[in-house]
Design a protein around this ligand. Structure first.
Ligand SMILES: Cc1cc2nc3c(=O)[nH]c(=O)nc-3n(C[C@H](O)[C@H](O)[C@H](O)COP(=O)(O)OP(=O)(O)OC[C@H]3O[C@@H](n4cnc5c(N)ncnc54)[C@H](O)[C@@H]3O)c2cc1C
Length: 415
């Protein structure tokens, strides 16, 4: 039987780049997914410039541009009665955000993995992990034609999404679980494009509503609406009515939606948890949503998955090259991703709680709105090109972290 360096379960934003980076470094990788490669998935697709810079480093950003993906260079944040307009600072030379449909993005990622020499199997479902005592050493799975096969590797990577099969099989606990605070539904519309490629956010704190709108491929616009989780039952009862009713709160957006044509059904979920799961153990690691899930209100998931791929590949290359013990490398991966991604996780949970704007932010916003550089920095904090603590004072950073703790306490109290 071939022994791979790594077997990666899940071939999307987390799995495909991890596989590609390892193969580019000369390692033997098997990448499997139970779905067809490049199929669509329930997810919108705003890739922040921090994520786009990874695509650029990997030589894939041109492929994203070449399929007509809008480069978002204008942002409009409408927070209650304050409007901020501008662009965030560039990140590693990338001064735009990109919005490729997942059916295009995920195919570009898998194709790059294949080109790097990764062995791939689509419509291959992993049914079981193989253990040698407490170490994961392989997988058992079912291929396209129903054949059952076993494969072995030095490390098995679960890039298999929120309800990770790999994570559940190794009983990886959520060491931070801040609960669910939102439900979100979105649809694609034609005929509502703005003259410039702007992404528009509307936040109505008194109504506890959050709206995201951006242009995407095929001359479509994506419109994404959030409600507090307490309203999930009534939203789900009649999603279409809830969607159009909620749009009435933002007349400008409603007029653009009504002036165009809805081109998809309204899709979404009330299952938007906020957690960090333990992302490593003997012979295994988790990347992407399997390791860290958060509400998509800050559009952070794809960028997080790319960050995981980059850090894990770096650590595994050290291990495979004999420069680091593999268990130390896996632990270092988990620690590094947690440290890097925790501040934005806290900010995301804070926003997902759809609560009144903190007094301090209320005082800051009018001043920020009158200052081009401050507006740009505020947007950069949201988009990741400016560290959060450069924009928000320590008391606000503490507030974001304490909202996470409050969420955790509520989860524990319900358990
Ligand atoms: C409604 C919504 C909107 C979002 N909008 C944005 C956004 O605008 N920007 C952003 O950055 N993020 C967004 N996200 C988050 C983003 O979708 C995720 O962070 C991203 O998809 C994570 O990628 P992943 O590779 O970790 O997992 P996934 O994309 O979930 O892929 C997991 C893969 O694993 C495969 N798999 C699972 N189990 C097995 C098995 N047993 N055997 C074989 N294969 C298996 C699945 O078939 C799947 O293809 C959104 C999420 C939602 C729900």
């Amino acid at each position: 039987m071939t022994e791979y360096d790594a077997i990666i379960v899940g071939a999307r934003c987390g799995g495909a780049p991890t596989a590609m980076l390892l193969a580019r470094a000369g390692h033997k990788v098997l990448l499997v997914d139970r779905m067809a490669f490049g199929s669509d998935i329930m997810s919108t697709h705003f890739i922040k410039r921090t994520g786009a810079s990874r695509l650029n480093d990997w030589g894939l950003l041109d492929a994203i541009r070449d399929i007509g993906t809008p480069a978002i260079e204008h942002l409009s944040f409408n927070i209650d009665d304050i409007t901020l307009k501008g662009n965030a600072p560039a990140y590693k030379g990338i001064d735009a955000d990109f919005t490729p449909r997942r059916k295009y993005l995920d195919k570009i990622l898998v194709d790059a993995a294949i080109e790097a020499g990764v062995e791939v199997r689509e419509k291959f479902r992993v049914d079981e992990l193989i253990f040698d005592e407490d170490r994961v050493v392989g997988i058992k799975g079912t291929g396209k034609n129903g054949t059952q096969v076993s494969e072995r590797a030095k490390v098995i990577v679960g890039a298999d999404g929120t309800n990770s099969f790999v994570g559940n099989s190794v009983k990886a606990e959520c060491h931070v679980d801040a609960g669910i605070h939102t439900c979100g539904f979105y649809a694609y519309h034609s005929g509502m494009r703005e003259a410039d490629n702007a992404a528009i956010l509307n936040v109505l704190t008194d109504k506890r509503r959050f709206y995201i709108n951006f242009p995407t491929n095929d001359d479509l616009d994506m419109v994404f609406l959030f409600w507090p989780t307490g309203e999930a039952k009534s939203v789900r009862k009649d999603v279409e009515a809830a969607y159009y009713e909620s749009l009435k709160n933002v007349p400008e957006l409603e007029a653009r939606v009504r002036g165009g044509q809805r081109e998809s059904r309204i899709m979404g979920t009330h299952m938007l948890p906020n957690f960090f799961r333990r992302a490593h153990g003997p012979g295994w690691a988790l990347v992407g949503d399997a390791a860290l899930h958060r509400c998509p209100i800050t559009a952070q998931g794809i960028t997080n998955a790319f960050t995981h791929a980059e850090i894990l590949a770096e650590e595994l290359c050290l291990a495979f090259g004999g420069d680091k013990n593999i268990d130390v490398a896996l632990a270092d991966y988990d620690r590094r991703q947690f440290e890097q991604l925790k501040p934005m996780f806290d900010y995301t949970v804070h926003l997902a709680m759809l609560q009144p704007t903190p007094d301090l932010v209320q005082k800051m916003l009018p001043l920020i709105s009158q200052d081009v550089a401050a507006t740009s920095a505020f947007m950069g904090a949201f988009l990741g090109s400016v560290p959060l603590n450069q924009v928000f004072p320590p008391e606000l950073m503490e507030r974001f972290a304490s909202d996470v703790e409050r969420g955790q306490r509520a989860v524990k109290a319900r358990a």
